[in-house]
Design a protein around this ligand. Structure first.
Ligand code: ADP
Length: 224
């Protein structure tokens, strides 16, 4: 599904260029469960942005489902993200004035899907994260764990192939964090490719494979 070959990312500007990724190569197959770990500043976010097609390599080749991401236009990239990739963030990034239902609906509104189909799919996505009864609540009326469930429902409603989670438990207490991880793992068991960036060694250990990054390079990449 994913293939990186000698991918670099250099941030220009300022007095010196920052080499955030220094020739990264690996592949991820459909259905895998991968943790990406590394110290702050090691390049995890840069790598996740790359995997999520939010960014393009400075050099090297990134192929997503066989397509050269570096060669795609902004419009093609946006469409690829919309259809194939779901994102879950540490701080949820929900729209505060919209209900849980309408937050989950949003990606389908942007994709131009018919209202009747959207309604069915929002309900199914919220049921999937056990939030069916909270659909009319706004984010401020939900707990942190519930907000992250809404964010997960939003991430899966377009039925992506890849789910990218950036420190998904970073803003939650331990117990709630585990519930979120179990939910993500459940999605993975049902076929979704799952990549989690985490600082948390315990969470990192649960993944089937752990890629460690240090100073922009892969330090280790091993099944576990
Ligand atoms: P991590 O997510 O592991 O903390 P990042 O990918 O955010 O690491 O950052 C890797 C390196 O790239 C750091 O040195 C950081 O300061 C730098 N960096 C990240 N984003 C930018 C940017 N937009 N412009 C310049 N430098 C950046």
């Amino acid at each position: 599904m994913i293939s990186l070959s000698n991918v670099t990312r250099v941030y220009e500007g300022g007095a010196t260029a920052v080499h955030a990724l220094r020739g990264v190569s690996f592949t991820i197959s459909s259905g895998e469960y991968v943790a990406i770990m590394g110290p702050s500043g090691s390049g995890k976010s840069t790598l996740l942005n790359m995997l999520g097609c939010l960014d393009r390599p400075t050099s090297g080749l990134y192929q997503f489902e066989g397509r050269d991401v570096g060669g795609l236009s902004e419009g093609d990239l946006a469409e690829l993200r919309q259809k194939r990739i779901g994102f879950v963030f540490q701080f949820f990034h929900l729209v505060p004035r919209l209900s849980a239902h309408n937050n989950v609906d949003l990606p389908m509104v942007f994709a131009g899907i018919e209202p009747a189909a959207r309604k069915t799919r929002v309900k199914a996505a919220l049921d999937r994260v056990h939030l069916g009864e909270r659909s009319s609540h706004r984010p401020s009326q939900l707990s942190g764990g519930e907000r992250q469930r809404v964010a997960i429902a939003r991430a899966i409603v377009m039925e992506p192939a890849l789910l990218l989670a950036d420190e998904p438990t970073g803003n939650l207490d331990r117990h709630t964090g585990w519930e979120i991880i179990e939910l993500l793992e459940d999605m993975n068991r049902h076929g979704l490719t799952l990549v989690i960036v985490t600082h948390d060694a315990e969470i990192g250990r649960r993944a089937k494979r752990c890629i460690r990054i240090a100073d922009g390079s892969i330090e280790s990449d091993a099944p576990q």
